[in-house]
Design a protein around this ligand. Structure first.
Ligand SMILES: Nc1ncnc2c1ncn2[C@@H]1O[C@H](COP(=O)(O)OP(=O)(O)OP(=O)(O)O)[C@@H](O)[C@H]1O
Ligand SMILES: [Mg+2]
Length: 353
């Protein structure tokens, strides 16, 4: 373990944007002040002035602020302030920069720099203005409406693509939940061509995955390594974690199932375990699917991902699931039209709220 940490420290110093000081943060306004004190204050980091605007989110250890840079109201960033300091997330972002292809890279957020002090660290990231997938799910719940199936399919394709990309380069996100997915809107109308092609384009990007603090870099471990233990938010721990068994990619794929379930049913997923003749168990969601959904697609998604073993990469399985959803979307012209309508409606209603 000590070796691992030493290697990472050597790597960190080499990365562009890594700024480390052994002193505590000495700016005029302490970074750990309550949110109401920090609002509209200007803080200085690495020669730049950041004016803190609002606060899109607060977690257990981190506070995230929207900020403008050097008085330019068009240049917006998200500042993630963490106490105690936590440079790991920056390490994960730089691994994404080197390992993920240019075409897939926008799905995972960008960081410009990190400032690490003795007491606190600040990560400077691109700011995305449209809220999270959790906001989208909640906006339907307050109206007591379910998300349209076509939207659930679209976001499921996005998530399958993300995990296929990450897992094939030896990265586990480790905190795959809807408040870590920032919503994006495609620059133009989505056409069925965008789902026929193999590569993504900004014309169909709908999500951006952030919060890499629990990310796992499999390259730091011997090949075939598996993990034990459960540090997940309740409701997102995979069955292996719940049953104290070894896990790898299931940490993320279980999260994907929970999110798909939240979108479809508006509730957290509960799992039922059915014995098989060979003594093993079959895992599936307890709540049945609605008859008018495309039941076969969803059944296949949940039964495949909830029963996946830790046997090597799951990228091929994720790809074939994604293709089944994409083929369905392209099978009927009206579906893609409906998707565009639903996205336009969602964007208007969430941006006005
Ligand atoms: N780049 C960004 N642009 C806009 N909003 C963001 C951005 N990054 C984070 N947010 C918002 O801030 C919230 C918290 O950010 P994040 O998930 O990174 O931290 P956290 O959950 O507090 O971290 P931790 O899990 O380490 O406690 C997110 O759920 C999202 O609402
Ligand atoms: Mg988070």
């Amino acid at each position: 373990m000590n070796n691992l940490l030493e290697n990472i420290n050597v790597d960190l110093k080499k990365f562009a944007g890594y700024h480390k000081s052994n002193k505590v943060y000495h700016g005029k306004v302490p970074l750990t002040s309550p949110q109401n004190v920090l609002r509209n204050k200007v803080i200085e980091l690495g020669g730049r002035k950041y004016q803190l605007k609002g606060s899109p989110g607060t977690g257990a250890f981190a506070k995230v602020y929207k900020a403008s840079v050097d008085g330019n109201t068009e240049d917006l960033v998200a500042l993630k302030i963490q106490k105690p300091p936590f440079p790991w997330e920056f390490y994960m972002y730089r691994q994404l920069d080197t390992r993920v292809s240019d075409i897939e890279r926008p799905s995972f957020g960008y960081t410009h720099e990190v400032h690490v002090y003795a007491d606190v660290s600040v990560l400077v990231c691109d700011y995305l203005p449209y809220g999270t997938l959790l906001d989208v799910i909640n906006s339907h719940l307050v109206l007591e409406r379910h998300m349209d199936e076509v939207l659930c399919i679209y976001y499921t394709i996005e998530m399958l693509r993300m995990l296929e990309t990450l897992h094939s380069v030896g990265i586990i996100h480790g905190d795959f939940k809807p408040d870590n997915m920032l919503v994006c809107y495609p620059s133009g109308e989505i056409t069925d061509e965008t789902f026929k092609g193999e590569t993504r384009s900004e014309r169909n990007q709908g999500l951006c995955l952030v919060d890499w603090g629990r990310g796992i870099d499999l390259n730091l471990f011997p090949s075939g390594a598996e993990f034990y233990g459960d540090c997940r938010t309740s409701g997102f721990s995979c069955v292996e974690m719940q049953e104290q068994r070894a896990w790898t990619f299931q940490a993320d794929t279980y999260g994907l199932c929970v999110i798909a379930h939240m979108m479809l049913h508006g509730t957290q997923m509960s799992i039922q375990k059915t014995p098989r003749p060979d003594g093993s168990y079959m895992y599936q969601p307890t709540t049945p699917f609605k008859r008018y959904w495309n039941v076969e697609l969803w059944k296949n998604l949940f039964s495949t991902l909830l029963n996946a073993t830790s046997n090597g990469s799951d990228a091929a399985v994720l790809r074939s699931l994604r293709m089944s959803f994409q083929e369905y979307l392209c099978s009927n012209r009206q579906l893609v039209g409906k998707l565009n309508q639903q996205l336009a409606k969602q964007k208007t209603s969430l941006c006005l709220s």
